[in-house]
Design a protein around this ligand. Structure first.
Ligand code: FNR
Length: 183
């Protein structure tokens, strides 16, 4: 059986570098691992009043997370934190209280930004949230990627200069997921 890893991309932008990175990662995964991006663009703004009757899109998100052995966050940095759309998705699937979809799922955090700091502040904020949600999160290696010419090839694969680094990171994260999937 294959290991399923849910991918949440923190940008809704059509040409998002982070979505491009997520697509490249999907193609770099070993044969027994499937990376699937989950939709977050159709989730309503979170409202606690709706906890007892969550929207279909929210229940879909929770079902997909529950069916995954790991959750990979590929996110830009917005104003030194994670984008609101990503926090919105995280909040939705953490509710109702006691029925969080996140608990125990081994997480990975990676991201690309224009700035040289390569999403490091956003990742640090995200790690704080994931710790509270009881998601064991790969600590090392860290991956702070800057969007430069050549990061992505024409065919969507990671360019020469960064390919080995990104593959190495993914291999470590996949090993992390498998470790938690074992009984
Ligand atoms: C940004 N950007 C940005 N970059 C960064 O390195 N640190 C930051 O704090 C911010 N803040 C920020 C806020 C907002 C509202 C926007 C729209 C952008 C720039 C960001 O790295 C750039 O737009 C990336 O291209 C966003 O990622 P995607 O959409 O390409 O995946």
């Amino acid at each position: 059986d294959k290991f399923r890893i849910a991918v949440l991309v923190g940008s809704l932008r059509k040409d998002s570098f982070n979505r491009q990175l997520a697509h490249a990662l999907r193609r770099m995964a070993p044969e027994d691992v499937v990376l699937t991006e989950l939709r977050i663009d159709d989730l309503p703004p979170y409202n606690q009043d709706d906890d007892a009757h969550q929207a279909d899109s929210v229940r879909r998100l929770k079902t997909e997370v529950a069916a995954s052995q790991g959750v990979l966050f590929v996110t830009p940095e917005y104003n030194r934190s994670i984008p609101g759309v990503l926090k919105n998705a995280i909040d939705h699937a953490s509710r109702p209280y006691g029925q969080s979809a996140w608990a125990g799922k081994p997480a990975g955090v990676i991201g690309v930004s224009i700035g040289a700091a390569g999403t490091c502040m956003a990742q640090q904020h995200l790690r704080n949230v994931l710790a509270y949600l009881d998601m064991p999160t790969l600590a090392q290696p860290e991956a702070f990627i800057q969007a430069k010419d050549g990061l992505f090839q024409e065919d969507g694969q990671i360019g020469e200069a960064s390919r080995q680094f990104v593959q190495g990171w993914l291999d470590r994260y996949v090993a992390w997921v498998k470790r938690f999937a074992q009984v």
